[in-house]
Design a protein around this ligand. Structure first.
Ligand code: 5RP
Length: 232
């Protein structure tokens, strides 16, 4: 039996999509990589969403049988709306993953997590033999941390302790990410808080240093993950 799931089926994409034409080009490149039978890790954000739209179109037109492992609730709902079958990471290993990024430097290191989904994104990327990062030209930076803070997902009771430990890494500023559409801070899909940490300098060992703090679930730093960049 099927639900009448009009709440999900009429859900628009949350925000307006910037640089739509550029994103469309990379989205089509990702859709062209899909093979029948693939298990695909699907990242979050507007670029990933556009790639999902292009994949859904191929599924319909070519009757492809693929499964998506989504990295966020937003993308899970988009899969449901677009008729893209969803699979669980408990059961399936992705053949490959695609995802967006907030910043990419010349060593292909990344800052991600503007959407707050970096924990599951990192899990999918680490689970996949191959990851494509899809990005328009605005994402390329000369120095990580140039335009975006490093998001750090924190177990709520550990907030003060983690804030103090992060200060040892000499950040310029640490801010608790506040919600829009809810009073108080953002609560992630895992029930945690996010600290946005601005750095003037991000040494190579920063990702490990952040992760080693008790109470940190994950950070949005992806240093040396061997990803492939797909741009236009
Ligand atoms: C979400 C992410 C996104 O991939 C990143 O923020 C890019 O988003 P967009 O494609 O909308 O620019 O890391 O947690």
């Amino acid at each position: 039996m099927k639900w009448n799931k009009s709440i999900i089926d009429t859900l628009p994409w949350g925000k307006s999509i910037t640089r739509k034409e550029e994103k469309e080009v990379v989205a089509n490149k990702i859709a062209s990589i899909v093979n029948d039978g693939d298990i695909v890790g699907v990242g979050s954000g507007s670029t990933s969403y556009m790639a999902l739209l292009a994949i859904a179109k191929r599924i319909k037109e070519e009757n492809l049988h693929i499964k998506a492992i989504p990295t966020s609730l937003e993308i899970t709902m988009a899969c449901s709306r677009l008729g893209v079958p969803v699979a669980s990471l408990m059961e399936y290993k992705p053949d490959w993953t695609f995802d967006g990024a907030d910043e990419i430097d010349s060593h292909l290191s990344l800052i991600k997590g503007r959407g707050g989904a970096m924990f599951k994104e990192k899990l999918l990327i680490n689970s996949s033999p191959q990851t494509y990062i899809i990005a328009d030209s605005s994402k390329i930076v000369t120095r990580l941390g140039e335009k975006f803070p490093v998001p750090v997902e924190v177990f709520p009771q550990a907030l003060t302790y983690v804030g103090q430990a992060l200060n040892e890494l000499s950040p310029r500023e640490i801010k608790l990410r506040m919600a829009e559409g809810k009073d108080g801070p953002i609560v992630t899909e895992n029930g945690n808080l996010i600290l946005d940490v601005w750095f003037d300098n991000i040494p190579h060992d920063t990702e490990t240093a952040i992760k080693s703090i008790t109470g940190v679930i994950e950070s949005g730093l992806f240093i040396g993950y061997g990803v492939e960049i797909v741009n236009n």
